[in-house]
Design a protein around this ligand. Structure first.
Ligand code: ADP
Ligand code: MG
Length: 336
C-alpha cells in the first residue's frame, strides 16, 4: 500500500515558484514586496490581495542558488542517469530571474556560489560519469534558439534555419537534423561551447537583451552509457530551457514586436497546454498537442512518457510587476 501511494505521489511534472529579491533600484524606491511565501506553509505563495497559490516547491528572495538546485534539480540527475529524459524550464516575465536561475548567462564571470542550475548540473553529471565503473559514457551537447518560431543552431550560427528539421527516429526519439551535436569530454568544455553560443546569440541583433528576452534558449546534454554486459546502451537527455519573456506587449509595440509577441504567446500557450495534459491523470492517453509549436515539437520525446519535467516560474516581488506576477502564478499553478 505504501509503495503504491508513493508512486502515485511521484507526478511527472513538478512546479517550483521562485520570488527574486527586490533589485537595489527597486528597493531604493521603498517598494514593498507584494509576492511572498506563506510563513506557515512553505509551499504556498501569496500575491497582492491575499491570493494564495500552491506549488511543489516555493522559494523566497532569500533562497540561494544552491537551495534551488539541491531541492528540485539534483534529484532529477539520478533519473537522467537511470535513462529518463529530464527537462527544466524557467518561465516568467523579462527581469524575473529566469536566466539567473537557469544559469545560462555569463558563467565564467559569475562569482563562485552564484552560478545557476546549468553549471551545477554540468559539474554533477561529469562527477557521476567519473564515478561509475565499467561503463563507457558519451556526453554530447547542442544549443538551440527558437526565435519567432524559427530554429537557430547557436553552436553553428551560420546554418540557415531552413536546414534544421525536427524528426522522429524509428525508436520515437526526437532528433533535430542539421544541428551540431558536439561530443564533450569535460564540464569546462561544455561551458565553453555554451558561452560561444551565447556570443552568437547576441550578435545578429542590434538590441542585445531584446532578442534574448524574446526567444527561447534550449541547451541539451545527451548522455549515452554502455556496459559490456548490457545488450543495449542507455540514452537519455537533459534539457535546460530559458523561455522567452511571458509578458504581454505594451500598446506602443511596433509591428515587429507584435509579430514576435504573437509567436511567443502561442509558443508558451502550447507549452502550457502540453504540460497540463501531462500533469492531469484524467487525461492520460488522450491527445497531447505537441505539434502546436516548435518548442513542444523539439521536446516531444522528453515531455510525457518516461520523462521528468520541472517548471520553475520566476516572479518579481515589485508592486509594479504585480499583474505579470499574478499571470505567472496562474500559469504555474495550473501546470500541476
Ligand atoms: P530574466 O532572465 O527573467 O529576464 P534575469 O535572470 O536577467 O531575468 O534577472 C534580472 C535581474 O535580477 C538580474 O540583474 C539578476 O542578476 C537579478 N536576479 C534575478 N534573480 C535573482 C536572485 N534570486 N537573487 C539575486 N539577484 C537576482
Ligand atoms: Mg533572461
Amino acid at each position: 500500500v505504501c509503495e503504491d501511494s508513493e508512486q502515485m505521489a511521484e507526478t511527472r511534472v513538478k512546479v517550483a515558484l521562485r520570488i527574486r529579491p527586490l533589485l537595489p533600484r527597486e528597493a531604493l524606491r521603498e517598494q514593498q514586496e507584494c509576492v511572498r511565501v506563506t510563513p506557515a506553509r512553505p509551499r504556498q505563495v501569496i500575491a497582492g490581495n491575499e491570493r494564495a497559490f500552491d506549488f511543489d516547491f516555493a522559494f523566497g528572495p532569500q533562497a540561494l542558488q544552491e537551495d534551488v538546485y539541491r531541492a528540485c534539480v539534483q534529484p532529477m540527475l539520478s533519473s537522467l542517469m537511470d535513462g529518463y529524459n529530464v527537462t527544466v524550464f524557467a518561465y516568467g516575465q523579462t527581469g524575473s530571474g529566469k536566466t539567473y536561475t537557469i544559469g545560462g548567462g555569463h558563467i565564467v564571470s559569475t562569482p563562485e556560489g552564484e552560478g545557476g542550475i546549468i553549471p551545477r548540473a554540468v559539474r554533477d553529471i561529469f562527477l557521476r560519469v567519473a564515478q561509475v565503473a565499467d561503463t563507457a559514457f558519451s556526453v554530447r551537447t547542442s544549443y538551440i534558439e527558437v526565435y519567432n518560431d524559427q530554429l537557430r543552431d547557436l553552436l553553428e550560427p551560420e546554418t540557415p534555419s531552413k536546414f534544421l528539421h525536427i524528426r522522429e527516429d524509428e525508436r520515437g526519439n526526437t532528433v533535430l537534423i542539421g544541428a551540431r551535436q558536439q561530443e564533450v569530454e569535460s564540464g569546462e568544455e561544455l561551458i565553453t561551447l555554451l558561452e560561444a553560443g551565447n556570443a552568437a546569440r547576441r550578435t545578429g541583433s542590434n538590441q542585445l537583451n531584446e532578442r534574448s528576452s524574446r526567444s527561447h534558449a534550449l541547451l541539451t546534454i545527451a548522455v549515452a552509457q554502455s556496459r559490456p554486459d548490457a545488450a543495449r546502451s542507455i540514452a537519455s537527455k537533459f534539457h535546460l530551457v530559458d523561455l522567452a519573456g511571458s509578458e504581454r506587449m505594451s500598446r506602443s509595440a511596433s509591428a515587429r514586436h507584435v509579430q514576435e509577441s504573437v509567436q511567443i504567446n502561442s509558443g508558451l500557450l502550447a507549452l502550457g497546454n502540453v504540460i497540463r495534459a501531462l500533469a492531469d491523470p484524467r487525461r492520460r492517453g488522450q491527445h497531447v498537442p505537441y505539434r502546436d509549436s516548435k518548442i513542444t515539437r523539439l521536446l516531444r520525446d522528453s515531455l510525457g512518457g518516461n520523462s521528468r519535467t520541472l517548471l520553475i516560474a520566476c516572479v518579481s516581488p515589485a508592486p509594479a510587476c504585480l499583474q505579470e506576477s499574478l499571470s505567472s502564478l496562474l500559469f504555474a499553478s495550473r501546470a500541476r
